[in-house]
Design a protein around this ligand. Sequence first.
Ligand code: GP9
Ligand code: MN
Length: 627
Amino acid sequence: MEVPSIKSNTIQNLIKKPFIGIILMFAVFGGIFLKLLYFQFITHINGRPVLGSSNLFMLVSSLTAVLLIFSFVFLFSGRKTFGVLIIIDVFFTILFIADILYVRYYTTAITVPVLLAMKFLNSVEGSVISLFNKKDILLLLDFPFLIALLIIFRQRAHIKLSFVKRLVVFAAVLIITIPTMYISYNKSDLKNGVFDNNQIIKNMGILYFHGNDVFHFIKDGLLQSKTMTADEKKQMDDFYANKQVLGDKYKGVAKGMNLLIVQVESLQGFAMNKTINGSEVTPNLNKLAKESFYFDNFYYQVKGGNTSDAEFLTNTSLYPINEGAVYLRYPTHEYYSLPKALIDRGYITSAFHAYNPSFWNRSVMYESLGIQNFISYKDFNIDEFVGWGGYALSDESFFRQSLEKIDKTKPFYSMLITLSSHHPYDYFGDKSDIDVKPYEKTVLGNYLGAINYVDKCIGKLIEDLKNRNLYDNTLLVIYGDHYALPKTQAEDLYKLENVEPNNFNWLKLQKVPLIIHIPGVEGGQTISTTSGQVDLLPTIANLMDIDFPYAMGQDMLNKKEGFALLRDYSVVTDKYLYDASDGKVYDIKDGSLLNKDDYKDEIEKIRQLGKLSDLMIRKNAFKDIKK
Ligand code: GP9
Ligand code: MN
């Protein structure tokens, strides 16, 4: 039998038995809470003042999360309780360290899918040591202290409570913590939508983030089968096998050229070729359109992922998922993508976007898309703020710096994602000089000014491309990511467009401009075949002579009959418009009502594409397909 030393016995006798358990419990509890704060603030995920009132609900939610974890300790009794405590401490210490290293590399915390895909190990391998910071040793400081306490109090290091009492404590903690967390969540800005995992961490703390992630992993992954059934597989194979074979007009005319895609924030179709009080809103884009292929019936197909959905459509020719953002929900799935196809042809693939790399989970998703370099906010010299409430690096500076930074040692594919013209279209000062009366000081008026500014920057970008001798060997693609004006601004837009206010006209306005400039292909052409963002990739693939069998869209330069499936399941074709919100079919020319039954089979067939795309994304259909 073990004989306790006289010294430790004396100390134990000094402290009453129930206190020993409580001291140990608080030591572990406090330790984990401090580690949580270390993660929250040392990683700079939370830039708010540590004890500022803006952090109140994050602190409350974090404390309740730690309490919740500790409530499980009460399900155990006797000496086991401290075994459980130590396991909890070790587990969360390892988790926080992993999170810290991941944040330093990817600017966001680890999720279950990331862990399972082992993405972290693949890319960080070799640089793990360099990701450590001397300060991180603080995370281990409680262990010697705990071990000392356990040695000294080993005889009394346990909580002796009856099963009923332990159950009462467990239930009491649940009753306190769950509503508190609910209130904290409702006080945060998360209920307006989540665009960045760091937003969850910042508002609710890292433990809530992990709990929420595990919950979604179980809901999305474990409770729904992830493997495709034989029927689903057949549906997918049939779709690609039976895809209409189109002509090969313009095939390979841009083969071997660089590819520069400029995705313009909120550039909506109505802004093009618009004159207001005698001034063109987009003179440079209008001029470029005249020398290029200009698509004036090109619909955006984004859903909950906004800008990121537009990027996704362009790079995969899949429809973005119908609920949430694919960048946030399935960032570790395999995708057959344009960047990967171009890497195979010796290209360097990069994305440029002057914002936090964690926003829309880009830092994680870009790897899955095959984007080799991500030039983000951290890499730009933020020398001028224009637009987006004063948060955006000016598009002028963004374009200039991006062109400098493009690696030109090989043919390149670079995607430039702009920011200045982001809603609410303010902070342009005197950057725009068009007179927007009678819309001055309205969202629409501000927007026209913002787009006028972006247009000037695009003019300078084109000049810069010419000066750098890139214009003549670069396939230049410019399009808008999604709508500019929410429905609340519909009245002004109807007035500007001089159309009747109704759903039909609203849906017809949900287009974005697309310009494809191909050096050597002279003379401009306006193409009005109905199409959508899903069709861009196969069009580029044809021009660059890339075999891309897994596009859901169709080559817009070869298809004869057009259609676009909008992400609310409305359908637009060259003949009619089906509005999913009222179930009616309108003649595309004049908005007169058509007989729905004449079109219902075709509409249903088009709508099935959205469902098939959702299925393929959710079930990781491309995991066995190489690209
Ligand atoms: C920020 C930007 C956001 O990275 O892409 O645009 P949004 O998705 O809000 O249009
Ligand atoms: Mn956007």
